[in-house]
Design a protein around this ligand. Structure first.
Ligand code: NDP
Ligand code: BG6
Length: 464
């Protein structure tokens, strides 16, 4: 018997489904009296009871587990989708979630699109696609056309779960709900911008996905460029999703394609021994690049981005470094210059720090770095929801505020494509020790391009 809302998850026994999607469904299993049913689908062999155990273990919801169904199918074989169609017969809302590697998206989209399970323009039939959408600009364009052939834009949810993080959404609040920041947010007062998305863990058991993808496609093309767009875009007309997407498109259009001569790739030592990694893999697990933004607001400001696996610790941060104030002399002695930093701590330890210079308490007039901190957790009594819970709540409600539009995704591929092509053609990533901040060359990249040195809170006095 069909339920009110059916969520068909392709690749439901995979890493994403087990670690993010199913756990997030626990609080969404019943909304406004509407029951949710999970239909897992994939090539793997599972009995219904095995899949129910998996749902129970991952989600912690007995209710969700009790109603869950498993359908074994082959993504290229439309006939094998028939049991899904039968399960969906009479359902009010059906959501198809592609939680599989990007290479499978086209086959699944064409089968779902031609199956009679969806009707273009019917908002009760929704499609959710994971990032990265495609593996380059051309494939992203093909997938966007394929999506558009079967679905209207309001039926399509392209996931970038960073957009559903509260701290990422707070970038908009910080910039556009406070009159303090916007006047300094430009080339006149900003000396440099740095975006770090560092992870402590290696690739774990995800070689099947990661060794074909690498850090640029996995993180830069989507999460990091979305952060960059939010930080550098012009004020949107309203906070509604259409206007925010429009402002982000404007920002991404002004970003020049990444230049391989101003970029660094790394591979953590031990990567080649990870299960499933090709013994001669040249895949990058670290990437850093200088970004040029060719517009009135940011012309000439050195902007740097970096991401990597197996780094010193997990830290996603945006650092806006303001130009130094003139440092005055006291008794003939020049004071120590202390750069003003606006640090947006996306995760962990979510919040914002304003690092300023202050007078050291005592008789002498001496400057020390000091921090003014907003700890995001103090704004709420409850734990911050996981981004996937926000994403899924939005999909179930049919809202679009936490999703990038198709054009933004294509613009992002335009930015990274030349770098990926150049790196795939030749050269090797530089090895870096796990637990470090990546290759030395990434420090040189900053130093040689007017960026000083990488800043991340905790490693910079006064920002912790
Ligand atoms: P997995 O490698 O775990 O794959 C998920 C499922 O897809 C597998 O269980 C398998 O199911 C099916 N699958 C795997 N490889 C293939 C293949 N070559 N051909 C056909 N089917 C395959 O990947 P993840 O779950 O880690 O990622 C899935 C998607 O989610 C990716 O697009 C990724 O970018 C995205 N993502 C993942 C995150 C994560 O933390 N894991 C976070 C954010 C996004 P079966 O064998 O049953 O068909
Ligand atoms: C995913 C990437 O999109 O984001 C993973 O595929 C990465 O490789 C993950 O680990 C990071 O997400 P978060 O929310 O843990 O920062």
């Amino acid at each position: 018997m069909a339920s009110s809302v059916d969520l068909v998850i392709f690749g439901a026994s995979g890493d994403l489904a087990r670690t993010k999607i199913l756990p997030s469904l626990k609080h969404l299993a019943r909304r406004n009296g509407t029951a949710l049913r999970v239909i897992g689908a994939g090539r793997s062999e599972h009995t219904q009871s095995e899949f129910r155990d998996l749902v129970s273990e991952s989600s912690g919801s007995a209710e969700l587990a009790a109603g869950a169904e498993w359908v074994r199918l082959r993504y290229k074989d439309p006939e094998s989708f028939t049991p899904v169609k039968e399960l969906l017969d009479g359902t009010k809302t059906a959501i198809f979630y592609l939680a599989t590697p990007p290479a499978t998206f086209s086959d699944i989209l064409s089968t779902v699109g031609n199956s009679g399970m969806v009707t273009k323009g019917d908002p009760s039939r929704r499609i959710v696609v994971e990032k990265p959408l495609g593996h380059d600009l051309a494939s992203a364009r093909r997938l966007n056309s394929q999506l558009a052939a079967s679905f209207d834009e309001e039926q399509i949810f392209r996931i970038d779960h960073y957009l559903a993080k509260d701290t990422v959404q707070n970038v908009l609040a910080l910039r556009f709900s406070n009159s303090l920041f916007e006047p300094v947010w430009n080339r006149n007062l900003v000396e440099t911008i740095m975006i770090t998305a560092a992870e402590e863990e290696g690739i774990g058991l995800r070689a099947g996905y990661y060794d074909h993808i690498g850090a640029v496609r996995d993180m830069i093309q989507n999460h990091v460029l979305q952060l960059l767009a939010l930080v550098t875009m012009e004020p949107p007309t309203t906070f509604d999703s259409d206007y925010i997407r429009r402002a982000k498109r404007g920002a991404l259009r002004a970003v020049l394609p990444l230049d391989p001569t101003q970029a660094v790739r790394g591979q953590y030592e031990g990567y080649l021994d990870e299960p499933g990694v090709a013994p001669d893999s040249r895949r990058e697990t670290y990437a850093a690049a200088r970004v040029h933004i060719d517009n009135w607001r940011w012309d000439g400001v050195p902007i740097f981005i970096r991401t990597g696996k197996a780094l010193k610790r997990r830290a996603t941060e945006i650092v806006i470094k303001l130009r130094d104030a003139p440092s005055l002399r006291v008794g003939g002695r020049r004071q120590r210059g202390i750069a003003t930093l606006i640090v947006i701590r996306i995760q962990p330890d979510e919040g914002i720090t304003l690092r300023i210079g202050a007078k050291r308490p005592g008789v002498r007039f001496e400057m020390v770095p000091a921090g003014m901190r907003l700890d995001y957790a103090h704004l709420t009594r409850t734990a911050l929801p996981d981004a996937y819970e926000n994403v899924l709540a939005e999909v179930l409600a049919g809202g679009h505020s936490a999703f990038p539009g198709g054009e933004e995704i294509e613009l992002s591929w335009e930015i990274v494509d030349p770098l990926i092509k150049s790196w795939e053609q030749d050269g090797h990533p530089e090895p870096y020790p796990p637990g470090s901040w990546g290759p030395q060359a990434a420090d040189d990249l900053l130093a040689d391009n007017g960026g000083g040195r990488w800043i991340v809170s905790g490693d910079e006095p006064g920002t912790a």
